[in-house]
Design a protein around this ligand. Structure first.
Ligand code: 13P
Ligand code: SF4
Length: 377
C-alpha cells in the first residue's frame, strides 16, 4: 500500500481543549424557577442588545423560553452569522458554539453556559484519528479525488481538516447538497462521523449501492478493496439517542393507530427512515407538526425535549414520542442548565465573561472555509 503524507495536525483531543470553562458556582445550584426567571429577565434587561440567546430545538424548556431564536443547527449557524450582539449565548453543544465563534466577527464573543455540553458523536471522529485514517483511505484509491464532508456535529479541527482537503461541512438539512457539491469537485466522498445520515443521504441520491463503511476501531472494518470500489465511504459513528429507534416502534404505533404519521430525524437507522412517512432536520420536524391539521397524530423519532416542546406548542395535534418512555434526552444538550444561564448572564451584566468558546486561530480560518462552503451551497 502506498503511504500518504498526513497533514501533521497540531491538535489535542477536542474535548479537552477548553480548559477555561468553569463549573457553576455553588450559590447558583439551588435556584427555584420563579427566582431564576426573574433574575434572568433582570440581567437581560440590563444587557439589552449586547446579548442574543440562540437555542437549539433540543434544549430544555427553560432555555428555549429565554431564547431569541430557536432552530436547527443550520438555522442557528445562519443566525450566528447575522447576529450583531457583542455576546452570543449558545444554548447547544460545543461544536455548535465553536461554529458560531468561527462565523461571528472577532469583536463578538460566544458563550457556552455549561462546560460539559459535548456531543458524543462529535467525539467519534477526532481530527487526529481522521488524519491517520485519511492516509490509509487515500492510499487505497490513489487515483481518486476523495472529498471529505463532515457533519456539523464535529469539532473545529476536523472541519479545518476537511477544508484543507477540498471538503466542507453539512447539516442534516443540506447533506444531499454537500454530496452533490463533492461529486462535482471529486470522485468519492468520505463522510464523517454519522454513518446513518451518510447512508440516508446516499439513498436520497440513489447511490445506496456505492457505500463502503470505515470502522476506525476495528482492523477488520477497514477494507481497502471496498474503498477502491465504492464512491461513498462512511465513518462508523452514530448518535446513541437516534440509534435507539427501531422499525418495531413504527409498526407498534401503526398497529395502535393506522392513521398515525411518523417523522424521524435522518440520524436514525436506514430501516427506520425507510419505514417512516417523513424524515428531516429538527426544523423540518417542527414545521411538519406546525402544519398538521387539528386532531392529526404525529409520532416523533428524535430527542425527547423537542417532542415535549411540540406537544406544548401544538396542543391540538396529537404528538407522541415514537418509542414511548424509552425515548431519550440528549445527555450533552441537557448540560445547559438554566442555573448556568442565570450565572453567565448576571456575570456579563456585572462586566465579567465566563465560558467563552474561542477556536484556535490556526483552525478558525480553515474551519471557516468549510462552513462558508456549506452556507454557499
Ligand atoms: P439538526 O441540525 O437537525 O438540528 O440536528 C442536530 C443534532 O444534533 C441532531 O442530533
Ligand atoms: Fe449529538 Fe445525538 Fe445529542 Fe445530537 S442528539 S447533539 S447527535 S448526541
Amino acid at each position: 500500500m502506498v503511504k500518504m503524507e498526513t497533514a501533521e495536525l497540531d491538535t489535542d483531543l477536542s474535548l479537552f481543549k477548553y480548559d477555561n470553562l468553569e463549573q457553576l458556582p455553588p450559590r447558583y445550584r439551588e435556584l427555584g424557577e420563579d427566582e431564576r426567571t426573574e433574575r434572568i429577565d433582570a440581567a437581560l434587561e440590563e444587557l439589552g442588545d449586547d446579548v442574543v440567546i440562540l437555542g437549539h430545538n433540543y434544549q430544555r424548556r427553560e432555555i428555549v423560553e429565554h431564547a431569541d431564536f430557536i432552530g436547527d443547527s443550520y438555522q442557528l449557524s445562519k443566525e450566528a452569522a447575522e447576529a450583531d450582539a457583542e455576546y452570543v449565548i449558545f444554548g447547544g453543544v460545543t461544536f455548535m458554539a465553536e461554529s458560531a465563534d468561527i462565523i461571528t466577527d472577532d469583536d463578538q464573543s460566544v458563550i457556552l453556559p455549561s462546560m460539559e455540553a459535548s456531543c458524543p458523536m462529535a467525539g467519534m471522529a477526532e481530527a487526529l484519528q481522521v488524519d491517520s485514517a485519511w492516509a490509509e483511505i487515500t492510499a487505497a484509491a490513489p487515483d481518486a479525488d476523495i472529498i471529505p464532508i463532515t457533519y456539523m456535529n464535529s469539532y473545529a479541527d476536523l472541519k479545518a481538516f476537511c477544508a484543507s482537503q477540498g471538503g466542507l461541512v453539512c447539516t442534516s438539512s443540506n447533506a444531499h447538497k454537500a454530496f452533490e457539491y463533492a461529486f462535482d469537485e471529486g470522485d468519492k466522498v468520505l463522510f464523517l462521523p454519522d454513518k446513518h445520515l451518510g447512508e440516508n443521504t446516499a439513498h436520497r441520491l440513489d447511490m445506496e449501492d456505492e457505500i463502503a463503511e470505515w470502522d476506525p476501531w476495528d482492523p477488520e472494518g477497514k477494507d481497502a478493496d471496498e474503498v477502491a470500489e465504492s464512491d461513498i465511504i462512511l465513518w462508523d459513528g452514530y448518535c446513541q439517542v437516534h440509534e435507539r429507534f427501531r422499525e418495531e416502534h413504527i409498526a407498534e404505533i401503526r398497529a395502535d393507530n393506522p392513521d398515525a404519521n411518523v417523522i424521524v430525524h435522518p440520524e436514525c437507522r436506514r430501516e427506520v427512515v425507510e419505514a417512516a412517512d417523513k424524515a428531516g432536520s429538527t426544523a423540518t420536524i417542527c414545521e411538519t407538526v406546525a402544519n398538521a391539521a387539528p386532531g392529526d397524530t404525529w409520532a416523533i423519532g428524535t430527542e425527547i425535549h423537542l417532542t415535549n416542546h411540540l406537544q406544548r406548542w401544538h396542543p391540538d395535534v396529537n404528538v407522541v414520542p415514537l418509542c414511548g418512555d424509552a425515548c431519550m434526552d440528549c445527555n450533552a444538550m441537557r448540560q445547559i442548565d438554566p442555573n448556568y444561564l442565570t450565572w453567565v448572564l448576571e456575570e456579563l451584566a456585572a462586566g465579567r465573561e465566563h465560558n467563552v468558546i474561542e477556536v484556535a486561530p490556526e483552525e478558525k480560518e480553515l474551519a471557516g472555509v468549510a462552513l462558508d462552503r456549506m452556507l454557499e451551497i
